[in-house]
Structures are given as structure tokens and as C-alpha cells.
Design a protein around this ligand. Structure first.
Ligand SMILES: Cc1cc2nc3c(=O)[nH]c(=O)nc-3n(C[C@H](O)[C@H](O)[C@H](O)COP(=O)(O)OP(=O)(O)OC[C@H]3O[C@@H](n4cnc5c(N)ncnc54)[C@H](O)[C@@H]3O)c2cc1C
Length: 555
């Protein structure tokens, strides 16, 4: 009864053979175990029947599931979120990245990711909801936003924060960023001492580690091609099936799959010959940028050539506060002065020693206030602002503690953006203004902070502490800089790229800053990382679905 028939031995080798070629090992193994189950052996006729059925399944099912492959372009947060989603759901990813490593602008993010209604907020007594995030997002975007996408963004925000926590990112501290009704920008608690843990860098590191672990378990699941630039999209019979790439050595080749996800980021650093900044935002060209040089809008340009519709391209966000480096005040690329600094109580004054706006207003508001009410700062104060309209950011010990010493020390000691003054009298001298002016500014703010009078600029939230004129004070020069491009490829709720005729382009998906529509005229801080996770995962699932259907239909 228990002797092994020849076909069973052959079946065993056949299963090993098909697994070797990458067919579904799980199903193959189940089939083989069942074929050897003693209970089935006892019923010869049933056994023969079962063997036949199971053998067929072992051959057919793996073939049906044969490696649906998605080509993901761009190794920032949107690209890695899409990749992780695809691999977790059983697909295979080929990730194309133009730089030496993954990270993109996502790795630079410093203020965190929004979540509305998380357990962390609840523990801190913050009452929030997706509806309130929708309201704030639409209000910041002047209602120009794509409402369908905003609803998805807000409703999936708790899930998105959890997605990052699941890969090991500790997002248990919360910031209040400009334009938000309540604190909801989740970031990593700052260590009391030691090295800072910048939010974006940590998020990207943890995601890569998780992808590497999955790759170790199943080497076929993830292939990363760095120093490989997408230069075109391949479409066959109306369907996108891959991309054309250029290696660092200048060799051109094709990378094909069953669908393609574009996650190439925005165009805030695009000063190339066919510059999108020149085409859509000439007035911004004089500003420096906080972005990496790779942010040239390749995904937007290449998909546009294929007929993709663009939305909101004129909407270019100028962040109000980028640090001026005293060693290189005119540099075109600037370090962002994270919104979290103001979220933890930093104040802004102009070169006359006066406040000129609500430090926690919308980004476009604060930028405009600087451009209208803060003149360029001369070289004799901390190197000056290289003729750009500039503000002075002020912090005291309490606000620094709240922001986190290690991160602040990086700005102050390593980069030397901040200079310490023993008190505001010293600051007034350095700035060449009357001490009485700065003292009045700080005394006035203290009264507002304590609720004794209204803020003339409409500030409603007063984080951490007011600054006393008599305590040590830290000052840095900040200027507005191109930071984020709200416009990009139009997508629908499945992250499908939409063409000029309002139809989805078959096989092409997009997520993250390469897309437009979510943020309307002006992005809320913390909503971009959120968008990358939410729509990266949506694109991952959609791209995988199409890839799975494609690999089945190849049978
Ligand atoms: C300094 C700074 C701080 C920020 N802080 C925050 C914050 O705290 N919270 C928040 O929500 N948002 C923040 N943002 C915005 C946010 O970080 C970005 O909008 C977001 O990370 C974009 O992610 P992405 O995946 O779409 O693109 P990116 O992270 O920029 O990744 C795009 C990737 O695509 C690659 N690529 C581009 N073209 C090609 C090509 N042709 N072929 C192959 N690869 C290509 C690039 O090299 C890059 O690695 C910040 C931005 C900056 C610059």
C-alpha cells in the first residue's frame, strides 16, 4: 500500500524542477505533501484521482502565478512603499534608481508624516479625525485639490503611519506644523543626546532594510538597479510594458515587466534646458532650492510625451525657511530649516528686530510675509543673506530642548547656521538695531503667549515657551526656497495615470511628488510623506493586479 509508484518519484523531481524555474513553491509543496498523505494512500481509487488533480494543480497553478513583475521607477518613499506592497502581496519588483542609492528627497524629510486619529494622538489627548485633515488640506490648497484623492489620503493616514511603524520607525512624537488645526505630524522622538535621528532618513533606512530582508528570503522578489536612469517608456499595443534606461556608462537598454509605476519625485531642482520650472514657474527661478539635484521632473516629462495629462503645474511651493549658510550665503541649494523648529516655538523677526507674521501660518502666507516685510540682511550680521529677503529665526534653550538637542546641534555646531548670543542686548548690537525694539518684540510676544492679548497676526497656537530678553538666544538667517512641486501627472483613485482624453494609460501608474492634484495650490507640511505611503501602496496594489492578470493571460 505504501510503495512509491514511479510516477510519484517522477512527480517529486518534476516539482523540484518547476520550483527551480521559479514557479510557486508554496503550492507545489502543498501538492507534493498531499500526494504523500497516508490517509489518501489508503483509498487507492481516490488516491489516483487526487494525484491526478493535485498534479495538474501543481503544474497549472504555479504557471498561473508565474512572477507578475512590476517595474518601479524612483527609490524615494513612494517607490519603496509601492515595492514593499507588491512584494508582500507576492509580486516581483524591478526598482530603477538614477542615483547611487535609494532615498531621494524622502530621505531629507525632517518634520514628519501626518496621521489623523492615531493612537499616539489619542494618548497625548489630541482629538483629530480624517474629516479634519480633509478640511485642513482643502483649506491650505484653496480648494483646488482633487477631492477624491484627498479623501483617500486622509482616510488611509492612520494605516500609513502604522505601515511605517510596522517596519520599525518609532513615530511616537507629534509636531504642530503650519496650517494644521491640531498637532498631527508624526515624527521620531528626539534623543536627549547623541546623534540626531532625522525622520526621512530613518524611514528610508528601515524600508530598505525590510526590502533587503525580503530579498534574502526570496532573491527573485526584488531587483534594484541603481545608477540607472529611465529615459523613456515602452508601450506595446497600447499597453505600457517597461522602460528604456541609461546606465552610468551611457549604455541604453530596456527593462520590461507587466506594469510600470512612476515614483520619480518632483521638479524643484529642474534648471535643465527643457526646465519645467522655466515653463511653469519662471518667477521662481531666482529662489534657491531645498531639493536634491535629481529632482528634475523626468517622470513628468517622459509620461507627458506619452500623452499623460498634467495638473497644477504652476503651483510651486516656496518654503519660507531655508538656512543661509554663513560660509556660502549665495548657495543655490539650501538646507531646510524644518517646520518643526517653528512647531516647537521658534520665532521669526526681520532685520529691524520686529515680528512680521504668524510663524505657524500656511507656507505661502509666511513666504509672502518674508518677501514683503523682511529686507535682505547685510554681510555684517552672520554673513548676510546674499541680497535675498530674509528673516531671522530665534530660539531659546526651552524650544531647543523641545525640538531635540542632537538635531539642533547639527544645525548649530556642525553646520554653524545658528549663532548664540548671551541675551537679546547682544543680539541687538550684532543686528545693529536699538535694544528697546527687540526687547519690545519679545515682551510683546510673551504677553500674547500668556493669553493677555491677541496676536496681531492671528497666531492661535503657542508651542513650548516665549523667549525672555534676558536669556541666551540663538539666531539663524532663513530665506524662502523652492521646496515642493504640487503639480504633476494626473492620477485616479487607483493611481492610474490619466491621459489628455481623461482615460487611464494602460499599465502605467504613479505615486508621490511626480503626481499632481492632492495638494491643490499649496501643500500642508507632513502631507507629502503621507501621500507617498498612501498612493505608493495604492499604485503597488493596482500595478500588481494588472501584472497578475497579464501573467495569467500569457498562458
Ligand atoms: C529638505 C526637505 C524636507 C522635507 N520634509 C518633509 C516632511 O517632513 N514631511 C513631508 O511630508 N514632506 C517633506 N518633504 C517633501 C517630501 O520629502 C517629498 O515630497 C517626498 O519625499 C517625495 O517623495 P517621492 O518618493 O515622490 O520622491 P523622492 O523621494 O524625491 O524620490 C524620487 C527618486 O526618483 C529618482 N529619479 C528621478 N528621476 C529618475 C529617473 N529618470 N530614473 C531613475 N530614477 C529617477 C531620484 O533619484 C529619487 O531617488 C521634504 C522635502 C525636502 C526637500
Amino acid at each position: 500500500m505504501f510503495e512509491l509508484p514511479v510516477y510519484k518519484i517522477m512527480g517529486f523531481f518534476f516539482l523540484i524542477f518547476i520550483q527551480f524555474f521559479g514557479f510557486n513553491p508554496f503550492l507545489s509543496n502543498i501538492c507534493f505533501s498531499l500526494c504523500n498523505c497516508p490517509l489518501i494512500f489508503t483509498f487507492r481509487t481516490v488516491q489516483n484521482l487526487m494525484n491526478w488533480v493535485l498534479f495538474s494543480v501543481a503544474v497549472m497553478a504555479p504557471l498561473m502565478a508565474a512572477e507578475p513583475t512590476v517595474v518601479v521607477v524612483g527609490g524615494g518613499l513612494a517607490g519603496l512603499s509601492a515595492s514593499l506592497e507588491i512584494i508582500t502581496e507576492g509580486g516581483r519588483v524591478i526598482l530603477i534608481e538614477g542615483e547611487n542609492n535609494t532615498g531621494g528627497n524622502s530621505a531629507k524629510a525632517s518634520s514628519g508624516i501626518n496621521g489623523a486619529g492615531t493612537d499616539t494622538q489619542e494618548k497625548l489627548g489630541i482629538h483629530d479625525s480624517p474629516e479634519l485633515l480633509v478640511k485642513d488640506t482643502l483649506s491650505a490648497g484653496d480648494d483646488e485639490n482633487d477631492k477624491v484623492l484627498v479623501k483617500i489620503l486622509a482616510e488611509k493616514s492612520v494605516e500609513a503611519v502604522q505601515f511605517l511603524r510596522n517596519v520599525g520607525v518609532d513615530l511616537t512624537d507629534i509636531n504642530l506644523c503650519g496650517g494644521h488645526s491640531v498637532p498631527r505630524t508624526h515624527w521620531i522622538p528626539s534623543p536627549k543626546e547623541g546623534r540626531p535621528i532625522p525622520a526621512g532618513f530613518e524611514i528610508m533606512k528601515r524600508l530598505r532594510t525590510r526590502l533587503n530582508e525580503l530579498q534574502e528570503k526570496n532573491p527573485e522578489s526584488f531587483r534594484l538597479m541603481t545608477q540607472t536612469k529611465m529615459v523613456g517608456i515602452i508601450r506595446e499595443e497600447g499597453k505600457v510594458v517597461g522602460v528604456e534606461v541609461l546606465s552610468a556608462k551611457g549604455e541604453q537598454s530596456k527593462v520590461t515587466g507587466d506594469s510600470v509605476i512612476l515614483a520619480t519625485g518632483g521638479f524643484s531642482a529642474d534648471r535643465s534646458n527643457d526646465s519645467l520650472l522655466s515653463e511653469f514657474g519662471k518667477q521662481t527661478l531666482g529662489f534657491p532650492s531645498t531639493n536634491g539635484a535629481f529632482a528634475k521632473g523626468d517622470g513628468v516629462k517622459i509620461a507627458r510625451a506619452l500623452g499623460a495629462k498634467l495638473v497644477g503645474m504652476e503651483r510651486i511651493q516656496i518654503h519660507p525657511t531655508a538656512f543661509v549658510d554663513p560660509k556660502e550665503p549665495a548657495a543655490g541649494t539650501k538646507f531646510l530649516a524644518a517646520e518643526a523648529l517653528r512647531g516647537k516655538g521658534a520665532l521669526l523677526i526681520n532685520s529691524e528686530g520686529k515680528r512680521f507674521g504668524n510663524e505657524l501660518g500656511r507656507r505661502d502666507y509666511t513666504t509672502n510675509r518674508i518677501l514683503e516685510h523682511a529686507k535682505p540682511i547685510g554681510e555684517d550680521f552672520q554673513g548676510g543673506s546674499a541680497e535675498r529677503n530674509a528673516a531671522i529665526m530665534l530660539m531659546n534653550e526651552a524650544t531647543i530642548d523641545a525640538f531635540g538637542r542632537p538635531a539642533f546641534n547639527f544645525y548649530a555646531i556642525v553646520k554653524k547656521f545658528f549663532k548664540k548670543y548671551e541675551n537679546s542686548e547682544e543680539l541687538a548690537k550684532a543686528l545693529n538695531v536699538e535694544y528697546s525694539v527687540i526687547k519690545a518684540t519679545l515682551d510683546d510676544y510673551k504677553e500674547i503667549f500668556e493669553g493677555k492679548k491677541e496676536d496681531p497676526f492671528g497666531k492661535k497656537a503657542f508651542p513650548v515657551s516665549a523667549i525672555s530678553p534676558h536669556e541666551p538666544i540663538y539666531a539663524a538667517i532663513v530665506v524662502p526656497a523652492i521646496h515642493y512641486t504640487m503639480g504633476g501627472l494626473k492620477i485616479d483613485e487607483h493611481a492610474r495615470v490619466i491621459d489628455e482624453q481623461e482615460k487611464p494609460i494602460d499599465g502605467l501608474y504613479a505615486a508621490g511628488e511626480v503626481t499632481g492634484g492632492v495638494h491643490g495650490s499649496n501643500r500642508l507640511g507632513g502631507n507629502s510623506l503621507l501621500e507617498c505611503v498612501v498612493f505608493g501602496r495604492v499604485a503597488g496594489r493596482s500595478g500588481l493586479q494588472v501584472a497578475t492578470n497579464a501573467s495569467r493571460s500569457e498562458l
